[in-house]
Design a protein around this ligand. Structure first.
Ligand code: NDP
Length: 281
């Protein structure tokens, strides 16, 4: 049976450390790090994410500014708001909750955020910095995964790694970070041929595709470390990852559960990025 990689445990340890650092920051500077989160419209899932981010900020002593704009907000109005926040000395991090309503270009909005306040690390300047290995911020989900691997002493160096999913927010940066840790990485996607052949030879397998229980035990190498990023709502209301947990846990040496694996780490890394942004001011 695989050992559980608990995002709850690691996240709690990280948040305690962040809280101590925020306290020290406040004592030294006389103000708190500030994060502005913009929500446009009323997507129920986004509302939950924004609420959780707000709560997490308060817990560690970061000031959270929640900006809720109506669905019909225009791109120009949103750009103006971002411009205001870029110039606001109390705001060190800016996050625009995605997805945005269809009439607003996500690309234009992401590019409008000052790279120094881009705590999601989605701005092309920050993406470029990650590519050359000289960065201030890492995107929260891949950064959280690296934190989990470090905490559980998973040595990536020289290992064969497979990442399934090539999104800008998870798959692609994950490939870069595992490469930086000296893993040999294969990035897979929907056009990949012989997917199971690749996954079966992976010592470390990261799955981020958004398809419940897609990765089954026969696709996994004996003793592999399996990281499941997927969050899927099943018809019965339960949450499932992209990995068939019951089957794969019998074969893997370590595995993340869903919920309680990668999920808790994502917001924790957002808190850390906000503190980093504030320290650099
Ligand atoms: P996207 O929907 O942006 O991308 C999905 C990727 O999976 C694409 O690259 C796609 O390939 C690939 N894919 C789809 N089907 C297959 C297949 N049959 N075989 C191989 N590859 C396939 O995904 P995200 O990265 O945004 O999210 C992935 C999952 O992770 C979702 O469930 C999401 O909810 C979850 N998530 C969880 C987070 C957390 O904090 N735990 C944070 C972010 C996401 P192609 O490019 O060819 O289309």
């Amino acid at each position: 049976m695989a050992e559980l990689i608990s995002g709850k445990v690691v996240s709690a340890a990280c948040r305690e450390k962040i809280k101590r650092e925020v306290d020290a920051f406040k004592t030294e500077r006389g103000y708190a790090p500030g994060l502005a989160v913009i929500l446009v419209g009323n997507n129920p899932a986004s509302e939950v994410y924004v609420r959780n981010k707000h709560k997490a900020c308060l817990e560690v002593g970061i000031t959270s500014y929640q900006i809720e704009l109506p669905e019909e907000t225009t791109e120009e109005e949103l750009l103006k708001k971002i411009d205001e926040l870029n110039g606001d000395a109390c705001v060190h991090g800016i996050l625009v909750q995605l997805p945005l309503p269809k009439h607003i270009s996500e690309e234009r909005i992401i590019e409008a955020i000052s790279p120094k306040k881009d705590v999601d690390a989605f701005h092309p300047v920050n993406v470029g910095k990650i590519t050359v290995g000289n960065y201030q911020f890492l995107p929260c989900t891949p950064a959280g995964i690296i934190e989990l691997l470090d905490f559980y002493n998973v040595d990536v160096s020289g290992k064969s790694c497979a990442v399934i999913g090539r999104s800008n927010i998870v798959g692609k940066p994950m490939m870069l970070l595992l490469t930086e840790k000296n893993g040999t990485v294969t990035l897979c996607h929907s056009r990949t041929k012989n997917l199971s052949q690749i996954t079966k030879s992976a010592d470390i397998l990261v799955v981020a595709i958004g398809k419940p229980k897609f990765v089954t035990a026969d696709m996994v190498k004996d003793g592999a470390v399996v990281i499941d990023v997927g969050i899927n709502r099943l018809p019965d209301g339960k949450l499932s990852g992209d990995v068939d947990f019951e089957g794969v846990e019998k074969k893997a040496s370590m595995i993340t559960p869903v919920p309680g694996g990668v999920g808790p780490m994502t917001i924790t890394m957002l808190l850390r990025n906000t503190l980093t942004a504030a320290k650099q001011k």
